[in-house]
Design a protein around this ligand. Structure first.
Ligand code: NAP
Length: 457
């Protein structure tokens, strides 16, 4: 069998196609042997399909270790023989989310290779100033490979690695910076997929956004950004699926900031607003610059992304925002050598201290009055972003909601998103859950990476 000359091609016609897998299911050995099960039909169980595949594989392939493993399988997994294709990953940004994503990928890679039949290879990592182009088998930062950061060079390195292995390349941008977004178009045109929790491209200048989308359309390389809204929560995926299936979205409304969710979920009468802000920062819920949360810019970015997803041509500045940043801190810069987030919390505390006189007393008092008014009406305060499709408008504001409204039931740092549409009416589609934190954000990015892997099998 090992020297089999003629191709062995089998097409199943009476065994069922597992309903949950739309992807073609095929296997091959160096182009000579393939079993194509894309047209499986019938009434038997999934296990039967896999067993039949295993039996045929055993009949026409050399009994390599992979073939033996496959022959023993009864569940639906890709019956792989020969080398698994490789997804070469370039990680841009190696902070909280980047390092967590690396950990999750390294831990899951062996199981994914077995189940999906695709290898994950970390090909390169970049921080803001330095990068490391890595040899195969790397599982983290390698100081000996350090060189000045150059995102175009990194992209080329990852794409070349994919070309020489016959696999695919993906660049994952885990920064909060605009720099990488400037290179997405080039990466996509070179055939690399791009995945990111970074909101800069989706909410940045519309012409750049259009170019990125056009590059993806042109080459078929995918631009994936599920984690830009709701972190690990499935918000954009279901929305895209509804739109593709022909639903008409009327509005999207939600609490999209884990930080502000935490602040308004935990803030109770008698507690200073500035103290709750400080606690949120200490618990690690804020963006690298907490003003992105408090100023509403983070939610403004997410709402812009959602509005564009639904088809509105909208710029960030078209989304009015009610900022919660005290005027004194709007254009404040951290003292040199201090980490921005920590220094900001110090500054908020200082403003909130009695020594600062009326400035912050006014800030805390103003916020307290809003809370008291809401309480008196049996309502809660929530910082909400909304897209009204008919009006072609989006907004970000502090709203009041009755205590039995779904937005009043959020806990801790929950995000919640309600989609009203032609199909989802009068009750909206609601997605709710933790919407901040490195673990869930990295998991959201990883789900996009796995989408690409699934497409490779
Ligand atoms: N953390 C969360 O809970 C959360 C939740 C939702 C979404 N996100 C999003 O996830 C992204 C990452 O957040 P994070 O919390 O991981 O941030 P972070 O800890 O501050 O890490 C940012 C990383 O990006 C690197 N970087 C900055 N500019 C760069 C550039 N031009 N080229 C290459 N690398 C660059 C930084 O390099 P240095 O190490 O040299 O500084 C750092 O390694 C952000 O877009 C954020 O909005 C985060």
């Amino acid at each position: 069998m090992a020297n089999m000359a003629a191709p062995c091609r089998l097409r199943f016609s009476t065994v069922p196609l597992p309903t949950r897998s739309p992807a073609p299911w095929s296997l091959g050995v160096k182009g000579r042997t393939s079993i194509d099960a894309t047209s499986l039909r019938g009434g038997a169980s999934r296990g039967v399909g896999a067993a039949a595949c295993a039996a045929m594989l055993a009949a026409c392939l050399p009994r390599t270790a992979a073939a033996q493993r496959c022959a023993a399988r009864t569940s639906y997994t890709r019956c792989a023989a020969g080398d698994a294709p490789t997804l070469h990953v370039g990680l841009v940004g190696y902070g909280l989310v980047g390092q967590e994503l690396m950990k999750q990928m390294v831990a899951a890679a062996p199981k994914l290779e077995e189940q999906i039949g695709v290898k994950l290879e970390i090909a390169a990592i970049s921080k803001s100033k330095v990068m490391a182009l890595l040899p195969p088998g790397s599982d983290g930062w390698d100081e000996s490979k350090e060189e000045p950061a150059d995102l175009e060079k990194l992209g080329k390195y990852v794409v070349d690695a994919a070309a020489s292995s016959g696999g695919r390349a993906i660049i994952v941008d885990n920064t909060a910076s605009d720099g990488p977004a400037e290179v997405y178009e080039a990466w996509l045109l070179a055939g690399a997929d791009v995945a990111t929790p970074n909101k800069r491209a989706g909410s940045g200048p519309f012409p750049r956004y259009e170019k990125i989308m056009a590059a993806s359309q042109k080459t078929g390389a995918r631009f994936l950004y599920e984690a830009t809204v709701g972190a690990g929560l499935p918000v954009l995926g279901p929305l895209q699926a509804l739109l593709r299936a022909g639903d008409e979205v009327e509005s999207v409304e939600g609490i999209f900031s884990g930080t502000l969710s935490y602040i308004f979920n935990t803030w109770k009468p008698g507690v200073k607003f500035s103290d709750v802000v400080k606690e949120a920062k200490e618990k690690g819920f804020t963006e690298p610059d907490p003003r992105d949360d408090l100023g509403g810019t983070d939610v403004q970015r997410k709402v812009t992304i959602l509005a564009r997803e639904i088809g509105l041509t909208i710029e960030l500045d078209d989304v009015p925002v009610k900022s919660l940043v005290p005027d004194k801190l709007q254009s404040w810069e951290p003292p040199s050598g201090k980490k921005l987030g920590d220094a900001f919390v110090e500054a908020v505390s200082m403003l909130a201290s009695p020594h600062f006189g009326q400035e912050l007393t006014a800030y805390d008092d103003e916020m307290d009055a809003l809370l008291q008014e809401a309480e008196a009406a049996n309502e809660v305060l929530r910082f909400v972003g909304a897209v009204d499709v008919k009006a072609g408008k989006a907004s970000v504001k502090l709203g009041r909601y009755p205590k039995d409204h779904p937005f009043a039931s959020t806990q801790f740092a929950d995000n919640i998103c309600a989609v009203s549409s032609k199909w989802y009416t009068p009750r909206p589609l609601v997605v709710q859950g933790p919407g901040a934190g490195a673990a869930v954000t990295a998991a959201g990015v990883f789900s996009n990476v796995m989408e690409v892997m699934n497409g490779m099998r």
